[in-house]
Design a binder for this molecule. Sequence first.
Ligand code: FHN
Length: 586
Amino acid sequence: MKNKTRMMNWLAGSLLLGAGLNTASAAELPKLVPASPAALQRWQDMRFGMFIHWGPVSITGHEIGWSRGAQTPIAVYDNLYKQFNPTNFNAAEWVQTARDAGFKYMVLTTKHHDGFCLWDTKQTDYNIMNSPFGRDVVKELADACKQAGMAFGTYHSVCDWHHPDFPLGSPGGSVPKPHPNMDRYTEYLRAQVTELIKNYGPLLYMWFDVPQQTGPDRGIPTANLVRSLQPDILINNRVGGTPADFDTPEQTVGGFNMDRPWETCMTICQQWSWKPNDNLKSLSQCLRTLIQTAGGNGNLLFNVGPMPDGRIEPRQVQRLKEMGAWLKNYGVTIYGTRGGPFKPGKWGASTRIGNRIFLHVFQWEKGNQDALELPAIAARVRSARRLDHKAPIQESLRQADTPLPLLQSVETDFQQNEEGLTVRMPPAFQDPIDTIVMLELDRPAIQLAPAKVGSSTSSLSSGAKAKASNVYQNMSEYDAGKAVDGETETRWATDGGTHEAWLELDLGKNVTFTRMAIREWAEGGNRIQRFNLQFKEGGEWKTIFAGTTMGPDFTKRFEAVTARVVRLNVLEATDGPTIDEWEILK
Ligand code: FHN
């Protein structure tokens, strides 16, 4: 757990505050060469990529990089490669697994924080060619991807806890090296990045990671070197000191954003690298993550950790095959689409392409005749049809403007007026994971402004005056009001290491309510261990409910309460409590 917390704190810190180790003033900083818009568009159309975390560490079953000097002593960890001989590794099989899953690109860890290199690098002997396996894994996978028409990208860790010149060492970058030389290390890093692009490219992108000790004065020149070697390559926001081309929310679905590309990276289990009997996500979790990501206008980089013998665990292969079967029928609602116009939420998500909106409905309003109420849009809906791969094929529905497969669909009950749109779905046709309704419009769907769906407008706490005992770095992006702004992609956050805190809402007047729904920030894990909910009456605090863990989907119904001021008291938390959204409902 410690490693994971350290990993998350690194992520929260460096992505939020930038690596900030800049020695040059803004005026002297080099300018980042911008990305190719066409390359960005091509990558966004792909929507779904396979992340692969692999290396000799898989022998131990512990986390790559982070277990060095933690669960596994450094001397043992650094010699694992001498017994690494994954004779069942077959790049073509990995690529076939990716194709069967519906992935459109693959990304392999070429070097993680442990410094071990999975290719025939001339910069260090600490590489796969000096293992019993003795084969260039990066080359074999890159070639197999090319052969199959699968895009290939490389993950490359900026930090290197093994390399003597990198200032920080294991565990987790927490121990300073005796004789660091960051200039020499940066040259080493750039020499390896050059090898990867020149010898294994063209690459879809360089996915840099954990840019410890690397501010814009180093990060931007490295990014520009990458761009000079392959002008249409993409670069993520972790090269150091620059947001570069796209954001990388981790282990959570990123916020709806039509302006800046982003890609959620997430594990299919819990650990990034191989872990025996790890918790495998359900098909519903996997598909809904993909749908919510595409609905937010993002890509999903979904991770597997192959076993020490070179195979991907059969359980994971099976889960990926199930995703692929769904995408075979409904990939038309994901690939090539853009997010929205209806923003993702508990209700589901929406994607759009041409004059079509695809509603991905996770929950219908039982108390409202199994309807879905949507806000008004500036377009006329010509038809609503439920996609059903078992329905008869209608040649007429072939998409003339894009080479999309036939859409097998069934007419669906909907009403539209100036208030909004209501779609009804009999329970018999409600899919337990995702019911897809295609709306045909009288204009291009991309023209429509994004719109929020559902309960946030009905929450009595929407826009309430909020205050809290603590706000992360006193940053307005994380202040108390972010817990009641109706946006699940913003949140109230507190400083790391905060174990108690309160969040107080002034609802503006006495209101009567019977329900609360609180979303604890999913990426942070269940930090809240004990809490209570109170309201103020006659100057005294009265407790409505006292609980233990909260999680991302906490709801509680209780006897009607009438009050103006309410408070969430976090009495015990493993780390800084943070709330996406707090709804108070009649
Ligand atoms: O520390 C790494 C972690 O091992 C993994 O590679 C993830 C993938 O995005 N990146 C870092 C944690 O943010």
